[in-house]
Design a protein. Structure first.
Length: 255
């Protein structure tokens, strides 16, 4: 009895199918990489830099002036803001020793930091800088580029918790109102030698990195000594003693 012959699947057809799947896969990957991320407006590279804007916390005339250049999506900045900054405010700023200014310094590696910086600046326009600053840093994991391609939803929720006029805030946010000033901050930071975030300028020193409170206070104490020395009036040079009048020559004794 003759055995039936079973045809083997065509290897040519199988290879062609694999090639088709590969082509479709590469095309999809290329589209995913190249397409604009939803919810994120690109930053215009031709946008001219505006004036650097630092938000003041504390009394402007405090003896020690501190500048922070920080990125809202930077993990080290978040750690410093959440763990160390509360002590700095309570023990150094609220006691009148330090005037603290925060400059948003968005880094290119963080895709959601521009809208986050703008969200805080738009809240600051309504007098809620600290409230929004603290919420944005505390909730980094809700809006950063690892969590979402559309940070506006989370940032909007955070802004609503500050009690501001949300219509005004959203108009400011959508218009990227403060992006030019962020470019100004970047130029100012680079001019001062900033190369990472956070970086602090305390008195006459620039200190990079997430420094603990004790180290921060040490630099503040040193700056306070410098400020006190600079505020003392310069001593006028001591006057040279007046020349004593010349004595008349002694008269010769009579013989």
């Amino acid at each position: 009895m003759a055995k039936s012959v079973q045809k083997k699947p065509s290897s040519t057809r199988f290879v062609g199918l694999i090639m088709l799947v590969a082509i479709v896969g590469f095309a999809a990957l290329g589209y995913a990489v190249s397409r604009p991320r939803a919810g994120i407006k690109p930053v215009d590279p031709k946008l001219p830099a505006g004036t650097a804007v630092g938000y003041l916390v504390g009394k402007a005339d405090a003896p020690v002036q501190v500048l922070e250049f920080g990125d809202f999506e930077c993990p080290a900045c978040g750690q410093w803001a959440n763990l160390t900054e509360p002590d700095v405010r309570e023990r150094l700023i609220n006691t009148g020793q330090v005037a603290f200014r925060f400059f948003a310094f968005p880094l290119d590696m963080h895709k959601n930091t521009w809208p986050a910086s703008n969200a805080v600046a738009c809240a600051a326009d309504q007098g809620k800088f600290i409230e929004m600053h603290d919420r944005v840093f505390a909730a980094q994991d809700r809006w950063n580029s690892e969590a979402t391609d559309n940070p506006k939803a989370a940032l909007t929720q955070l802004a609503s918790e500050t009690g501001i006029d949300m219509g005004k805030w959203e108009t400011c946010f959508d218009a990227q109102t403060h992006y030019a000033s962020f470019k100004g901050n970047i130029e100012e930071g680079i001019r001062r030698g900033v190369s990472q975030t956070p970086s602090f300028i305390i008195g006459s020193k620039m200190i990079p990195g997430n420094i603990p409170f004790d180290e921060f206070k040490k630099y503040v104490d040193e700056a306070a000594v410098e400020a006190a020395a600079a505020s003392k009036p310069a001593k006028s040079p001591a006057k040279a003693p007046a020349d004593a009048p010349a004595k008349a020559p002694a008269k010769a004794a009579k013989p």
